[in-house]
Design a protein around this ligand. Sequence first.
Ligand SMILES: [Zn+2]
Ligand SMILES: [Zn+2]
Length: 342
Amino acid sequence: MKCPVCGNDCIRDAHEIIGIMPEVFAPCPDCTPLVMNKDAPPPPVSLDVCSCGRRFLDVVCAHVYLIMVEEGDLLLNDPLRRIGSPMIHPGFAMESAPFLPEKSLVLLSPLVSRESAERIIKEVPEARGVVRSGDFIPGELDANLTREPRTYELLAGCDVRADIFFTQTSPIVLYKEQSKIHIEFPRGYDPKIIAVGVRVRRHNPRVFVDACCGAGTLGILAGMIGTPHVVLNDAWYAAAFWTSYNLRVNMESMLLERVDIKKDYTALSKNPVVREPAVVAVAEGEQTVEVYQGDFFRLPPFLPKERPILTVFDLFEKKDRPLRERIRKEWLESVGGDIFIP
Ligand SMILES: [Zn+2]
Ligand SMILES: [Zn+2]
């Protein structure tokens, strides 16, 4: 599938990504791990890439560090961790630090300059994208849609990467632009995924609604468990777009035959936050999945009439009790069914 950020072939079907997991970050017999103290400057090391095409994560970070020092983003006595957060692609829970192949790292850094970013992409083979991050969550949207989400800035390369989450059924592969959507890094045991899986099995709904779906995790999970009708919604265009793409990526783990994406990335980006729900994608087969971009308070008239129905609200404002109460009350009046706010 064509990548909307760089135009290349960044997006693969879930089985291809799941298939490479065992060896993608594994060392060959010549690879050597070189664990560095992240609270000190990196020691002088060889930056050579092994004959297998991989380098240990810390060596790649040291390479990035040297470029950032040369460009004046860092000082020579800064600790290694000042480079920022290296996000691997694909991301999944691992027991030991990875040996990185080409184009497998997206760097999130509050300190990186455009000059460094361009050099990192040119000179560090493992680098895939460099993003200037900030001390906020990209794509964070309040339930009342009072302000447009803030995003990080992609400085060079492509910031589309996948995370793989283990569930009680098949793993879910979720692509996203690192600068525009937040997902927690997979830890191998992800309580929200387990909790929603348990609820779906217990309630066995005809309809599952993922009201603020982000990259689509919980709705796709319900689809994989076999819920006949799934509706995913998010007011943020990047979330609605990547949810649609992720449906396609994970289609083979669901009872779907086709995913029809109705709005492309450019069209969606013209209206980053939308109140009146509009269809972004429809998927059909033995089950039906719809993706909307809109305000979830306006979603009830668009929902299928079948029952039972289970709705999950994965809010950014998890601790806002009055908001949770209001959502519960309004939703019970207009839609009914079971409500889960993790
Ligand atoms: Zn790309
Ligand atoms: Zn090697």
